[in-house]
Design a protein. Structure first.
Length: 412
C-alpha cells in the first residue's frame, strides 16, 4: 500500500518533535502569564481557565487510531466554546485567561479538519465550530484589545481553512491521478496480453484442429503438429514472462521495448514463423527505413502492428495465397500488411465465423497504441478483395539522400 504521506519518516518525526516542543513552550508561557496576574491565587479554580487548552492539546497529539479526528476536533471546539461562555458569565475576569496554546491547537485542528474530514458536510460543520471557537477566545480578555486579537485570529482561521482546502484539493487530485494510472495500467495489460499471447494461442488452436482433422487419414503427420503445439506453448510462456518483466519495469531483465537495430530481425523471425505454419509471407524492409532512428516504444508498436495483422490473417483469412509486410519511410515510418483473399472467399462478405469469434479488441488496442506514440492506424478492404492494414509512426529526424533498394526477405 502506498504511503499517503510523501515525506520521509525521519522528516515526519523531526516535524512532530518540533511541534511538541513548540506546544510545550507555549504551555509554559501560558502558565507563567496566568501566575503573573494579580488575581491569581493558586487555587484549583484558577487553573480551570487552562482546561480547554489541555483538551485542545490532547486532541492534536492523540493518534487517529485511538480516536477519530472529527471526535477530537469536536471535543476541542466544544471545550473552548464552553470555557468562553463560562468565563464571560460566571468566572472572574483574568487578564491572561486566553492561552496561545489553545489557539494554536484549534488552528491545527481546523486545518486538518478542512483537509481530512469526510463527508464534506461534516467537514464544513467542524470547520465552522472550530473557527468560531478560535475567533471567540479573545473575548475572555478584559479591555479593548479583544477586538484586535479577534480580527487577527479571524485572518488566521481563514488561512487555516484555505490551507486545509488547498491540500485537500491536492490530495483529491493525487487520488484521481493514481486511479487514472491504475486504469491505464489495466488497459495496457489487456493490450499486452492480447498482443503477446493471442498470436501464439491462435496458432495452437489451429494446429490442434488440423491434428484432429488428419488423425485418421494421415496419422504420421500428427506428431509434427504436436511438436508445433508444444513449441507454440513454450513461446506463449516466454511472451508471458516478457510481459511480467515489462510490468515490473526492471531494466536488468531486458524488457519488451525493441532496441535500435533489433526491429528488422524480430520482424523477419515473426514473418518467417507465420510463413512456416500458415501462409507464404514476405517482408520488404526498405534500407532507409532500417536506418531511420526510432524510439524504442515506436519499434515495439511496429512489432505489435505486424504481429496483430498476421494474427488477423490467420483468424479471418486462413489459406490466403500470400501475405506481404512492407516497412518504408514515407512521412515517417510506414507499416503496411496486405493479404490476398483466400480461394473461394465469397464476394458478398458472408464468411465463416473466424477463429476466436468476432468483436475482438485487437485493432482498437493497436489504434490506441499508435496514437499514444504519435502515429496513426488504418485498416480496411484492399482493391483485390483482400485486407490491408496501414500504420504510420514518427521518427526522430528525417533522413536525407536517395533511398536504397528495398530489402526483401521471404519467409517461405
Amino acid at each position: 500500500m502506498d504511503d499517503p504521506n510523501p515525506f520521509p519518516r525521519l522528516t515526519r518525526r523531526a516535524a512532530l518533535g518540533t511541534l511538541w516542543t513548540g506546544m510545550g513552550l507555549l504551555w509554559l508561557f501560558d502558565v507563567f502569564s496566568l501566575e503573573a496576574t494579580s488575581e491569581f491565587s493558586g487555587s484549583p479554580t484558577d487553573w480551570w481557565v487552562l482546561a480547554s487548552a489541555v483538551v485542545a492539546g490532547v486532541a492534536v497529539v492523540m493518534p487517529d487510531g485511538v480516536l477519530a479526528l472529527p471526535w477530537r476536533a469536536g471535543a476541542a471546539a466544544l471545550a473552548s466554546g464552553v470555557m468562553t461562555v463560562l468565563y464571560l458569565t460566571a468566572l472572574p475576569e483574568l487578564e491572561s485567561s486566553w492561552g496561545l496554546l489553545e489557539s494554536l491547537c484549534l488552528l491545527l485542528l481546523l486545518a486538518r479538519s478542512a483537509r481530512e474530514t469526510w463527508p464534506p458536510r461534516l467537514a464544513a460543520a467542524l470547520c465552522a465550530a472550530l473557527a468560531l471557537a478560535v475567533v471567540a477566545t479573545p473575548l475572555r480578555l478584559s479591555g479593548t484589545s479583544d477586538g484586535f486579537f479577534s480580527f487577527v485570529l479571524t485572518c488566521a482561521a481563514g488561512g487555516a481553512i484555505g490551507l486545509g482546502c488547498y491540500v485537500r484539493g491536492l490530495d483529491a487530485r493525487r487520488r484521481r491521478a493514481v486511479a487514472d494510472v491504475r486504469q491505464s495500467e489495466r488497459l495496457a495489460l489487456a493490450r499486452e496480453l492480447h498482443d503477446f499471447v493471442a498470436h501464439h494461442v491462435t496458432g495452437i488452436v489451429v494446429q490442434a484442429q488440423a491434428a484432429r482433422t488428419i488423425r485418421e487419414t494421415a496419422p504420421e503427420q500428427v506428431d509434427p503438429l504436436l511438436s508445433g503445439i508444444e513449441r507454440a506453448g513454450a513461446e506463449t510462456l516466454e511472451s508471458m514472462r516478457r510481459l511480467v518483466r515489462v510490468l515490473r519495469e526492471d531494466p536488468t531483465e531486458g524488457g519488451s521495448p525493441v532496441r535500435p537495430g533489433e526491429l528488422f530481425p524480430e520482424l523477419a523471425e515473426l514473418v518467417a514463423a507465420f510463413s512456416e505454419r500458415d501462409a507464404p509471407a514476405t517482408l520488404h524492409f526498405a534500407e532507409d527505413a532500417r536506418r531511420a532512428p526510432v524510439d524504442p516504444e515506436v519499434g515495439t508498436s511496429v512489432r505489435h502492428v505486424v504481429q496483430e495483422a498476421l494474427t488477423n490473417v490467420r483468424r479471418h483469412a486462413p489459406g490466403a495465397p500470400s501475405v506481404s509486410v512492407r516497412i518504408s519511410l514515407e512521412d515517417g515510418l510506414r507499416v503496411s500488411v496486405h493479404n490476398e483473399p483466400p480461394p473461394g472467399h465469397p464476394s458478398s462478405g458472408a464468411s465463416a465465423e473466424p477463429l476466436g469469434g468476432r468483436g475482438g479488441l485487437g485493432l482498437v488496442g493497436l489504434a490506441e497504441r499508435a496514437e499514444a506514440v504519435g502515429g496513426t492506424l488504418d485498416a480496411g478492404p484492399a482493391e483485390d478483395g483482400g485486407w490491408r492494414l496501414t500504420a504510420s509512426f514518427p521518427v526522430r529526424e528525417a533522413l536525407s539522400g536517395p533511398a536504397s533498394g528495398a530489402v526483401s526477405g521471404s519467409a517461405a
